[in-house]
Ligand binder design. Structure first.
Ligand code: GLC
Ligand code: CA
Length: 572
């Protein structure tokens, strides 16, 4: 079947547990989603990606699945899912599900069987290995660390073997080299595609093919010392091709999550008509304030962000298509990272413009459109995320408590998982009862209802940006060019199609500053498509500017206010 044109689209991501509680038990669910479909549609997006909604013991909140063909009872029933799907389709919204097949839950029936002995039909569904013996003591088969919890191996008494888990202990890795496992994956895909689902976001899909020998990694690198032996492995392409065949039958979309995959490798998967994935969720743009993961934090460096943006824009240009995002359920809130909580509205709107006008298909994560910010809970016991809790207990143990907690506040994925802030009533309108997780105390100020009423809110700015993408062909198909990569506080890029040129100007500074514009851009003559400072309004010219905008004989200079963004267009 022919594929729909995902290049023209944008998607909204739902992490259901914290989205909207429709049946009053404190947990977000599909009843809540159903109520909010009109809201989602009103943003101007074209589809929804659901993080996992399947039965799961929630060791990793849905990413540890115990039944691939069902709905978690916390979130509703299959019937309710069908209702959501049908209504979404009526509204013209595509629906993508999360396909998590690098691992299952250890409570999945396959694993319960597999762990029993070496001779059952599921014994080879997972990656089991004999122990190594050192001085007669039993040791794991290699020295890999898991990304979430201690070593990557757990011992199964019954089989007297270790199983591999690249993530948490309760997430045993599937053995994708087993053809039966691949048939299972295809069966799961068909199950949902037959129901009418439009495609998948594929969880850590670049990890599914392991090096056959599972060699030792470097002994002194924590958490990811085995990475090079399980990422982009030898059979990955073959397996992705098999899955692609299924997707093609349905014209389904496939977006692969690919932590640490460099752009040149990514191109193997996403370019050309025989591509095996349509887009890739890269991680480079998530590392402008950290090294590899948020726990290894440094101050935000705009130049690092710009390099990452431009690298993906330039390398994929004409060959492949980008997935654009600044937030999801795995990263802290972007205003708290790359913007400024002090200039909350200004930086929240500027950050929208800084990525939504690049070439690619944008994803907006629930609450991002409201400018939700990080939460700082006082004690590690109040956190839920297995990765945060483990990082706290593993690293920096010698440091004072306050400093260790600050690291969690900066880095935890839980900041993206606080309940959606719908209004200023109790529990932020997320639920009528006490929610499963803490509501950010800033909800009386930051919430959807208040922002609906304010034409200059972050919410309405997202709407304007998403609408503009649909209106300006250059934003969809135009080429990308970055100006002044060395500027440390400004990001300028142009999208050009024929003689139409659109310039996106972003200030990443709390101070006013001058911004010299590229040749040809005269703010007196350009059409201002967007400006995040209300008084400036829209339309031609320099209305509402404090001083000194443009106009001299030499290159034009724009006076930028804190975190200002201006989008201007010239033709001819
Ligand atoms: C992906 C998911 C993340 C999960 C991990 C293991 O990175 O986005 O939430 O913890 O895979 O499934
Ligand atoms: Ca509920």
């Amino acid at each position: 079947m022919e594929q729909y044109d995902f290049r023209k689209m944008s998607f909204y991501q739902i992490w259901i547990r914290s989205f909207c509680d429709g049946n009053g038990d404190g947990i977000g669910d599909l009843y809540g989603v159903y109520e909010k479909l009109d809201y989602i549609k009103s943003l101007g997006v074209d589809g929804i990606w659901f993080s996992p909604i399947y039965p799961s013991p929630n060791a990793d909140y849905g990413y540890d699945i115990s039944d691939y063909r069902n709905i978690h009872p916390d979130y509703g029933t299959m019937e309710q899912f069908r209702k959501v799907l049908a209504r979404a389709h009526e509204l013209g919204l595509k629906v993508l599900l999360d396909l998590v097949v690098n691992h299952t839950s250890d409570e999945h029936p396959w694993f319960l069987e597999s762990r029993k002995n070496r001779e059952n039909p599921y014994s080879d569904y997972y990656i089991w290995r004999d122990p190594r013996f050192r001085k007669k003591k039993k040791r794991p088969p290699n020295n890999w660390f898991s990304q979430f919890e201690g070593l990557a191996w757990e011992y199964g008494e019954e089989r007297q073997q270790y199983y591999l888990h690249v993530f948490a202990k309760k997430q045993p890795d599937l053995n994708m080299d087993n053809p039966k496992v691949r048939e299972e994956v295809k069966g799961i895909m068909r199950f949902w595609l037959d129901m009418g689902v439009d495609g998948f976001r594929e969880d850590v899909i670049t990890y599914i093919s392991k090096h056959p020998q599972l060699p030792d990694g470097l002994p002194f690198v924590p958490a990811i010392n085995g990475l090079k032996f399980y990422k982009d492995g030898p059979n990955l392409m073959t397996y992705l091709k098999e899955f692609r065949e299924v997707a093609k039958e349905y014209g389904a979309l496939q977006i692969g999550e690919a932590p640490m995959t460099p752009v040149n490798v990514a191109l193997n998967y996403v370019s050309g008509n025989d591509r095996v994935l349509d887009m890739m969720i890269q991680f480079d743009t998530m590392m402008a304030d950290c090294i590899m993961v948020e726990y290894v934090h440094h101050r935000f460096l705009l130049r690092k962000l710009k390099r990452a943006f431009s690298k993906w824009q330039n390398k994929l240009s004409g060959k492949a298509w980008n997935a654009l995002y600044l937030e999801n359920h795995d990263h802290p809130r972007v205003i708290s990272r790359y913007g400024s909580e002090r200039y909350w509205r200004e930086s929240g709107t500027m950050l929208a413009a800084c990525y939504l006008f690049q070439q690619g298909t944008p994803f907006v994560y629930q609450g991002q459109e409201l400018g939700m910010t990080n939460i700082a809970l006082p004690s590690i016991d109040m956190y839920e995320d297995v990765a945060s809790i483990n990082a706290y207990h593993t690293f920096h143990k010698h440091e004072p408590e306050a400093k260790r907690m600050r690291r969690i506040h900066v880095a935890s994925r839980d900041s993206a998982r606080t309940p959606m802030q719908w209004n200023d009533s109790e529990n932020a309108g997320f639920s009528t009862v006490k929610p499963w997780f803490y509501v950010n105390p800033n909800y009386p100020r930051i919430n959807a209802e208040a922002e609906e009423k304010d034409p200059d809110s972050i919410l309405n700015f997202y709407r304007k940006c998403l609408a503009l993408r649909k209106q300006e062909e250059a934003l969809l198909r135009g080429s990308y060019r970055e100006y002044y990569p060395l500027r440390g506080r400004q990001y300028l890029y142009e999208r050009r199609l024929g003689d139409e040129r659109i310039l996106v100007i972003c200030s990443f500074s709390e101070k006013e500053q001058n911004c010299r514009l590229p040749k040809g851009f005269d703010p007196e003559k350009a059409l201002i498509l967007l400006d995040n400072y209300p008084a400036a309004g829209s339309g031609n010219g320099a209305g509402g500017r404090p001083d000194g905008r443009g106009g001299k004989k030499t290159a034009a200079v724009l006076r930028l206010r804190p975190y200002e963004t201006v989008v201007m267009k010239i033709s001819g």
